[in-house]
Design a protein around this ligand. Structure first.
Ligand code: 4AD
Ligand code: MG
Length: 430
């Protein structure tokens, strides 16, 4: 019977065949230990000289890393491995002999590994990170589907900027100027007026000259948008959503977290509600912590966010930033006119901002005024203003950056390891 490694726990004592690659091997005179992988998991195959033909034993001993095969044997329990099972091999059918695989079990530099990303993805650690990414995506669909949201796909090619004009990728759209989407938000607002509660999940692009461990040029964002939902209610939705993905990863990615040596005690503490601190109070807190240069009105950088996050053992919302440093669409605070109804959610352990969200301006005249202040003219925005013209309602939404969330939950230092093929300031290959 042909099965996958993921199905092995159901096949104890059975003789099965698995299509696999050789990740690594070790052998002595009488026994060979093959580290097998098949995409669904990793498992050891034990080839004992006395149990197999001479030909098979020679093959097992001499096979090169990443050779592919059909391997047959009996599944037995193996209490020493975290996986819990191994195969007592009886036969091997070589499919393709690999030679000189560039990524060997020794240490390699990051640039080398990044140049070989198409192969690096096969490694145990990268496999674990991608499985956690996949679980977050799965849990995201589950959370929003269970809570009555409709998935809506905003366009990638757009005629206007959503977040700010300096970070746009330009392209030609026949005779028009077009841009790659920085955020689907404006379209999601239109969708919320049609479907009530909506979410999107798709790639977004920022032509940012940032070379930090938190910045990608192309990243994936989850953007929920809700009609008749005020800012405070949106924060509650955000903490429930984040709590649900943390819980799913803890429950369904135990092996992966172990491979990554993630200290899960920090993650187990993550439960709603999350603390909230206003921008005003955050500035005071930073001054107390010795950031003497910080003044009201400046945006926070990574060191500031990390310092604020250190005061809490859960993600923390920094709310009500100065209007000046935030996007044009954010609704002013009702009693404090120089700040807006927004929040950034800062992950613990130095992983930085994972969510940016706000209540949106629903008043047509005020939105028109913001357009003038931000020099946002032209037909591309007309449709957006019309949302305020025909039955405008209070509405809020947010964007969660998938890669930063993966980095946090997987405990991975740099976002370049959290997306299959990262696009970075100096990298478009492979
Ligand atoms: O804070 P941002 O820019 O917010 C928006 O785009 C809103 N329009 C979202 C909304 O309200 N619908 O981006 C949201 C999140 C950030 O918190 C961060 O997690 C992630 O997207 N992000 C990036 N991730 C990786 N690389 C980058 N260059 C990122 N820029 C933002
Ligand atoms: Mg932001």
């Amino acid at each position: 019977m042909k099965i996958t490694i993921s199905q092995v726990p159901n096949q104890k004592d059975q003789t099965v065949t698995i299509g696999a690659w050789l990740a690594n091997k070790r052998s002595s005179g009488k026994i060979a230990f093959l580290q097998l992988r098949d995409g669904t998991g990793f498992m050891q195959g034990v080839v004992a000289k006395n149990d197999v033909s001479e030909e098979t034993f020679e093959l097992a001993k001499n096979m090169n890393q990443e050779s592919s095969m059909y391997i047959t044997g009996q599944i037995v329990e193996d209490t020493r491995s975290p996986f819990g099972y191994e195969m007592q091999v009886s036969a091997i059918e070589l499919i393709h002999e690999s030679s000189d695989y560039p990524i060997t079990p020794k240490e390699h530099g990051t640039e080398f590994l990044m140049d070989h990303r198409h192969l690096w993805l096969r490694s145990k650690r990268q496999h674990a990170v991608m499985k956690i990414r996949n679980e977050i995506i799965r849990a995201t669909y589950q959370f929003f589907n269970d809570n009555g949201y409709v998935k809506i796909d905003p366009p990638i090619l757009t005629g206007s900027s959503a977040e700010g004009t300096t970070e746009l990728f330009h392209t030609k759209y026949f005779d028009e100027e077009a841009y790659l989407s920085q955020s689907g938000q404006l379209y999601m607002e239109a969708a919320a007026m049609a479907f009530g509660k909506v979410f999107s999940f798709g790639p977004t692009f920022r032509a940012e000259k940032s070379k930090t461990r938190r910045h990608l040029i192309e990243f994936w964002m989850i953007e929920p948008e809700m009609a008749f939902v005020e800012h405070d209610e949106s924060l509650e939705i955000q903490e429930q959503y984040v709590t649900s993905i943390v819980k799913s990863v803890l429950e369904n990615c135990k092996l992966e977290l172990q491979v990554l040596e993630r200290d899960t005690t920090q993650l187990e503490k993550i439960q709603a509600p999350f603390p909230r601190i206003s921008y005003d109070d955050a500035v005071e807190l930073l001054k107390e912590k010795g950031f003497t240069d910080i003044e009201w009105g400046v945006d926070f950088g990574a060191p500031h966010e990390t310092a604020i996050a250190e005061s809490f053992d859960k993600p923390v919302f920094i709310t009500n930033y100065p209007a000046e440093i935030k996007a044009f669409y954010m609704k002013p605070h009702p009693t404090q006119s120089d700040v807006v109804l927004c929040a950034d959610l800062i992950a613990p352990e130095g992983y930085g901002e994972i969510i940016g969200g706000s209540q949106r301006i629903d008043d047509l005249a005020l939105m028109q005024k913001r357009y003038e202040q931000h020099n946002l003219t032209g037909p591309a925005y007309e449709w957006y203003l019309e949302l305020r013209k025909y039955g405008s309602v209070p509405h809020s939404g947010f964007g969660l950056g998938l890669e930063r969330t993966v980095a946090w939950l997987a405990g991975v230092e740099h976002v370049r390891e959290t997306i299959p093929f990262p696009r970075l300031l100096n990298r478009l290959y492979p």
